[in-house]
Design a protein around this ligand. Structure first.
Ligand code: GLY
Length: 354
């Protein structure tokens, strides 16, 4: 089904249009505890939402699980949802992923609308039809491809987002620029994340989402070119899992997804230089930006074996071979690339030492 992405000027009006175009007998609106507290007091006064039934789940990725999903199904059923009902998801990627999956499976699928409230969800999670939950200790293990009918992007939500969550989403924007063109990349490297120009960020969010939309339209189910969106994510997912393990052992707090992707971009641009002739000066400029805006990842060479092991278990692999997306230049994408353990270690050395 076609997914319409609206860069919002007046949320009230655009949401009214989206709701009227999604024929429905009853409206439901899903929040996590945070967006319920911050967004529902505003949204409940919108005319079209007066009779909407709110459903609230606990916040954070640890609750992106089967229990929260069952709760959403249960609330839909208990409150009279039918095949013709519609669910509006208001929140970060956890809410849009879980809500999208709940909607896509309830009575074999009802319409849903995404209103992402974090930068990461705006430029990545809420667009492109990936829905799902974590299961068996694995991220996004269960899910389906299913498009929301509308995604409404209102960057006003970003003003209340903390600095680290802005940087986290921005890393995916940096990735989009690298798979797109030099102009977009240069604009991103010159943007001041310490004092964001919100108007410029709004324009950049619009451009960034178009990159994702264009890739997804060509390959919705990730058989080929959608793998471009995995740039930075082979190392990135390993860093994220490594950091999560360390945090549960009490060593430090887990890094946000976008930070892991930013460090992953350092490694994968270095690998792109090694194996695909990516221009060294563009790699160095991007690395300098990441180091300045994301700090360092506290790994040592004692962590290499564990990181390589994590990469071997990445769900992007096939036949146990670690799969990378590399670049031979900005916008020049090479999917299904491989690397030896020695090359991977060289990238990790580069990440640590520059
Ligand atoms: N997050 C990458 C994708 O949607 O394919």
């Amino acid at each position: 089904m076609e997914q319409r992405i609206i860069i919002s000027q007046h949320l009230k009006q655009e949401l009214a249009v989206a709701i009227s175009e999604c024929e429905h007998d009853k409206l439901f609106i899903l929040f996590d505890e945070t967006t319920h507290r911050t967004c529902w007091p505003i949204l409940q006064h919108f005319v079209g939402l007066k009779d909407a039934c709110p459903i609230v789940i606990p916040a954070t990725d640890t609750h992106k699980n089967i229990d929260s999903l069952a709760y959403v199904w249960e609330q839909l059923g208990r409150n009279g949802a039918t095949r013709h009902s519609c669910l509006i998801n208001v929140g970060g990627g956890m809410v849009t992923d879980l809500g999208g999956f709940a909607a896509s499976t309830f009575k074999r699928g009802i319409n849903f609308i995404n209103i992402p409230t974090t930068l990461l969800a705006m430029v990545d999670a809420s667009v492109g039809g990936k829905t799902g939950i974590n299961f068996n200790g694995l991220k996004n293990e269960i899910g389906v491809f299913s498009d929301s009918r509308f995604v409404i992007l209102d960057t006003v939500f970003l003003k209340s987002l903390d600095d680290m969550n802005i940087r986290s989403g921005y890393a995916e924007m940096l990735k989009h620029s690298l798979i797109s063109n030099d102009k977009m990349w240069a604009q991103l490297l010159h943007f001041n994340l310490d004092q964001p120009d919100w108007q410029e960020l709004k324009q950049m969010v619009g451009d960034s989402v178009k990159v994702k939309q264009c890739v997804v339209e060509q390959d919705p189910h990730e058989h080929g070119i959608r793998k471009a969106l995995n740039l930075g994510h082979t190392f990135g997912h390993a860093f994220e899992s490594w950091s999560l393990r360390r945090s549960t052992q009490g060593d430090h707090t887990a890094i946000l997804h976008g930070y892991a992707v930013a460090f992953g971009l350092i490694c994968e641009l270095y690998l792109s230089c090694l194996k695909a002739s990516f221009p060294t000066d563009k790699m160095r400029q991007t690395v300098a930006f990441v180091r300045e805006n994301y700090g360092i990842l506290p790994i040592t060479c004692d962590d290499y074996a564990e990181l390589i092991e994590l990469m071997h278990h990445d769900k992007k692999n096939s036949a146990g071979i670690i799969n990378f997306t590399l670049l031979s230049d900005i916008g020049n994408i090479k999917i299904n690339q491989t690397a030896t353990d020695e090359e991977i270690k060289e990238c990790l050395d580069f990440l640590r030492e520059g």
